[in-house]
Design a protein around this ligand. Structure first.
Ligand SMILES: [Zn+2]
Length: 388
């Protein structure tokens, strides 16, 4: 931990005030939802609801997390102290935290990102990059607290890299070092099944007719029309989900998307006719292609990473076993995580050459396809240049 006094500047005031505004909004809306709906919103919902256009996305998340930490400590204290007060108070100023993804050290300066389009906080810094930086108030002036908990040297810059595990049940599961997001493939699977059934049904019907007859030709036209419609619906799902994926990563400052490579899966496996049909229709190829070109449009890089054993390996201790059920539980070290997130975590870890994950991982959030999602990556975001 390293502390550094900073003279008051309008920028520091503005940052602390932005954090204060966000904190106050979280306090107000949390208790309002409790009062009106009787629901305690989850941190993940609150993070999606409340963001700040003056803070880095992870800094904004940290503010929300601070509120939940206060809430948790109140619930704990309440058991022994009936006078304990829940976090009701709004704050004009609040501490600002920068996580590793927002921290850069370059040529003797510490650059703390405040999100796209905002001026970063730049501080003279002859030391190594910390993993967490906090801007606090000492009562008279601002203080920067830099935390070094992990070894400072890592093979590749960790910030800005997301691992993506493409699959059958879920179109993609993405882990960006903090959040895990699951892009659901349920609707897509339903369309696929329908497509197979329809093909079989129409082929059987057609086989009973004389080839080239009027009825046969009519049925062929109808078949083509029905299958084309389904194919369009499938593309729609793929487009919308991959756009959501790429846009979200881009907004969160990801520069490199690491995709688990499954290209030789078709050659390797033979699970019997039913499973084969599913595997050979795998959409992972299409999804990979869509993610790649959309990410490149936004100036992101896409790399492939061998994904052998990534779904079986424990991210904490490295032991391998096949998960059972929805939860991955390591039999050796007890690490627990949503099963589908493990692959994405490991793909990212392998690419970065990182050691074991530490601490508790936030549970994944799901993104389902819905008809009104946007189809193409936002053009205005692509063209906006971050001011320095
Ligand atoms: Zn383990």
């Amino acid at each position: 931990m390293r502390r550094l006094r900073l003279p008051n500047t309008p920028q520091l005031d503005a940052l602390a005030r932005a954090a204060g505004e966000l904190y106050s909004a979280v306090v107000v809306d949390f208790w309002r939802t409790v009062r009106k709906r009787g629901i305690w919103l989850k941190p993940s919902s609150m993070m999606r609801w409340h963001t700040s256009n003056q803070l880095h996305a992870h800094s904004a998340d940290a503010v929300v997390q601070s509120f939940y930490a206060a809430l948790k400590s109140w619930r704990k204290r309440r058991k022994t102290d009936p006078q304990a007060k829940p976090p009701y108070r709004r704050r004009r100023y609040f501490r600002v935290q920068w996580k590793s993804s927002a921290i850069r050290v370059r040529e003797g300066t510490l650059i703390l990102s405040n999100g796209r389009g905002n001026t970063p906080l730049v501080v003279p810094w002859p030391w190594e990059a910390p993993v967490l930086v906090e801007l606090g108030w000492t009562g008279t002036d601002y203080e920067l607290r830099a935390v070094y908990s992990r070894p400072a040297a890592e093979p590749v810059a960790e910030g800005g890299v997301a691992g993506a595990d493409l699959g059958e049940v879920h179109l993609a599961v993405v882990y960006d070092g903090e959040r895990t997001t699951i892009y659901n493939g349920r609707e897509l699977r339903a369309k696929r099944q329908h497509q197979n059934k329809l093909k079989a049904h129409l082929a059987a019907k057609q086989s009973r007719m004389r080839k080239g007859s009027r009825r046969w030709r009519k049925l062929r036209r109808s078949k083509q029309k029905q299958l084309r419609k389904l194919e369009n619906q499938i593309w729609d799902i793929l487009h919308k989900q991959t756009t959501a994926l790429v846009s979200t990563l881009h907004e969160r400052g990801v520069q490199t998307v690491v995709i688990g490579d499954v290209r030789d899966l078709r050659k390797r496996v033979d699970y019997g006719p039913a499973a084969n049909q599913r595997i050979h229709q795998m959409v992972t190829g299409r999804v990979r292609w869509l993610i790649t070109y959309k990410a490149e449009q936004l100036g992101m890089r896409v790399v492939l990473q061998d994904e052998s054993y990534t779904s079986q390996e424990c991210p904490r201790c490295g032991s391998r076993h096949k998960p059972r059920g929805r939860e991955y539980t390591c039999l050796v070290c007890g690490f627990r995580f949503h099963r589908d997130g493990v692959g994405a975590v490991n793909i990212r870890r392998k690419y970065l050459g990182l050691g074991p994950v530490v601490g508790v991982m936030a549970s994944p959030t799901g993104v389902r396809w819905h008809p009104h999602q946007r189809t193409c990556v936002a053009r205005d975001k692509r063209e906006r240049i971050p001011a320095l």
